[in-house]
Ligand binder design. Structure first.
Ligand code: DHE
Length: 589
């Protein structure tokens, strides 16, 4: 009997997208299927770019009892399987296995499908996005077997993280009254870059003019992003372990002045920017537990925790673990905009009265992820990535403007890129993980009402796997990375479009071989996230290599598109995101 491997939709949902792999052996014995069919099941860049909840995987959780008929796992096997589940599977299938971008893996579903079905599905993956864990050798045969058995048992319940845990983690390293009252160093703070050193759990502060590393600071595990307070004095850095470091840039040598953990897994942090509330509050969003936390801006004292559990915006069914994705601070009102991924709701949190907290809940689209403002900062554009849509919110009127189909697959804008198009006026741009499309959306309802909130143009870049694109008000170039493209040459270079030429048919781009310019010969040399200096005259790219390999930051002259500097240092391990103080503070992108 031939063994059949189904796509995710076919296996666990109702849509029958069945891909038969012509196997000759019996169902229990695995033999080699047709290589062309295996190829079809290989993971795409979008499939690879899913949350890995490593920190949660490390947490000790109670092993649920084995139900009659379910395979028994030893304590060691359960621990290992649980760790693999959180690192590899929970990002899509949910911490509680109730489904997110991937289908549910609760036992009512897994038991119906059975051990062999699960084993083969994990081995080969599916064209619908399930990675081919076995054939890619990411999991061994034994690990695949273990995971299939683990999934036939009830899910584990990871711990909550409430006020008691938060306060226990809270440290004020330097009390406010002992901090400087003026800037004590000679740094040009506006031109500092906070650089994520992902795998060492540090940020490096690099001077934008001299390109010297001012200092390196220990932060949370697999540190993720940096944000800057409205005054430019405080830097907030969050790690994937939900640890926030508050760094005072006024100190003689900038250092951490407070720390807090807001959960077990988190990705986003932001600070109040509305007039009268500068540096007053901070907010962080967690993946687990699903919640956001309002904090005192100068000490990180946790003030209020708000759960994001609730109903999915359209189906109105309960979701037990909707993660908090990007957060931005409004320039129009004392509000934070919080994107709740799985429920597809955007919550505008009014921080003017935290005791009597008011929220405006906007129905947007599921799988909200990253986004940024338009150039007027009145509108916020956020990608609902797994739905290939962008939702637009009017920050002045606190309402949804529109949900737009991006005409590409899996948009990933970072904060996006704003510029004035020669034909269509002001636009905001996003690249895509799933294909080469770069989508330009009109953002000026006053002077360009016909173009506003429609896709005015799509450009073709180097390929899929794009994470970030960037320009600057003073630049006439649009830079697009392709970090996760499977072709090494494409992943290690960026495409540059001349904005002046975008009125032509099929605009062409130049390729900057950033990886080659870095002089690094080993490794994958993935090029990621362009960031401008404060004057908008140069753009910095990270050359992101393995932890034990050499990495670098390559600086490009924006006028000439020529190499300007290569920043290398033994301590620059896995640099990824770079956050220029001025551009991050003022939302210039
Ligand atoms: Fe990020 C932003 C989530 C993997 C570098 N990333 C964001 C934001 C979210 C997010 C929700 C928006 C924050 C905001 O604006 O408030 N990132 C996730 C994930 O869930 C994911 C896919 C997997 C995971 O387990 O974390 C993930 N991110 C990565 C990386 O692998 C990257 C490329 C390298 C790294 O350092 O981890 C990466 N993410 C970034 C960067 C930003 C970001 C540089 C901010 C971009 C900006 O211009 O502001």
């Amino acid at each position: 009997m031939p063994l059949r491997i189904q796509s995710e939709a076919g296996l666990l949902g109702s849509v029958a997208l069945v891909v038969a792999l012509s196997l000759t052996g019996g169902a229990a014995a695995q033999t080699q299927p047709n290589p062309a069919d295996v190829k079809k099941h290989e993971t795409t860049p979008g499939g690879q770019y899913q949350p890995s909840l490593d920190v949660l995987g490390e947490k000790a959780v109670e092993q649920p009892g084995t139900k009659p008929g379910s395979p028994q796992l030893s304590e060691a096997e359960f621990k290992r399987a649980n760790q693999i589940y959180f690192e590899r599977c929970a990002g899509c299938h949910g911490v509680l296995r109730k489904g997110a971008t991937g289908k549910p893996l609760t036992t009512d579903v897994t038991k119906k499908n059975g051990y062999e079905y699960l084993r083969d599905f994990i081995t080969y993956g599916s064209p619908a996005g399930m990675p081919n864990w076995g054939t890619s050798n990411e999991l061994t045969k034994d690990e695949v077997d273990l995971m299939a058995r683990y999934l036939l048992n009830d899910p584990a319940q990871p711990p909550e993280f409430g006020m008691a845990e938060m306060r226990a983690s809270w440290k004020v390293v330097v009390p406010v009254e002992q901090r400087p009252t003026k800037q004590m160093n000679k740094l040009d703070i506006d031109n500092l870059f906070s650089v994520t050193l992902r795998d060492t759990g540090e940020v490096a502060l690099i001077d934008g003019a001299t390109k010297q590393i001012v200092t390196r600071l220990k932060t949370g595990y697999a540190v993720h992003i940096s944000r800057i307070s409205a005054s430019g004095r405080y830097l907030y850095v969050i790690g994937r372990d939900a640890k926030i470091n508050l760094i005072d840039l006024w100190m003689e040598t900038p250092a951490t002045v407070a720390e807090l953990k807001v959960g077990n897994e988190a990705r986003s942090v932001e600070t109040s920017k509305y007039k009268g509330y500068e540096d007053k509050y901070a907010i962080a969003g967690a993946y687990w537990p699903p919640q956001y936390v309002l904090m005192d801006g100068a000490t990180l004292e946790p003030l209020k925790i708000v759960s994001t559990r609730g109903m999915i915006y359209d189906e109105q069914t309960y979701h037990p673990e909707p993660r908090v994705a990007s957060i931005v601070a409004s320039h129009f009102k004392p509000e934070f905009l919080v994107n709740v991924k799985e429920t597809g709701k955007i919550r505008l949190v009014d921080y003017s009265d935290i005791k009597n907290l008011k929220e405006t809940e906007i129905e947007a689209e599921r799988f909200l992820h990253d986004g940024g403002f338009d150039s007027s900062k009145r509108y916020f554009m956020v990608a609902a990535n797994a739905r290939s849509k962008v939702a637009v919110v009017d920050m002045k009127e606190s309402r949804l403007v529109k949900v737009i189909d991006t005409k590409g697959q899996t948009p990933h804008p970072g904060r996006g890129a704003n510029f004035v198009h020669p034909k269509y006026g002001p636009v905001w741009a996003t690249g895509h993980l799933g294909d080469e499309t770069i989508t330009l959306i009109g953002t000026d309802p006053e002077k360009h009402p016909k173009e506003a909130w429609t896709v005015v143009q799509t450009l073709s870049g180097q390929g899929g796997g794009s994470l970030f694109l960037k320009t600057h008000p003073k630049s006439h170039y649009l830079y697009v990375d392709t970090t996760l493209n499977p072709e090494p040459e494409i992943a290690s270079s960026v495409a540059v479009f001349d904005i002046k030429d975008l009125g032509q048919d099929k605009p062409k781009y130049k390729v900057l071989p950033i990886g080659e310019w870095s002089g690094i010969k080993e490794g994958q040399r993935r090029v990621v996230q362009g960031e401008f200096n404060k004057d908008g005259t140069e753009i910095w790219f990270s050359v992101w290599n393995g932890k034990s390999q050499e990495s670098a930051i390559v600086v490009v002259d924006d006028q000439t598109l020529k190499l300007k500097n290569v920043i290398k240092d033994k301590s620059l391990v896995t640099p990824t995101g770079k956050f220029n103080v001025l551009n991050t503070r003022d939302d210039i992108y």
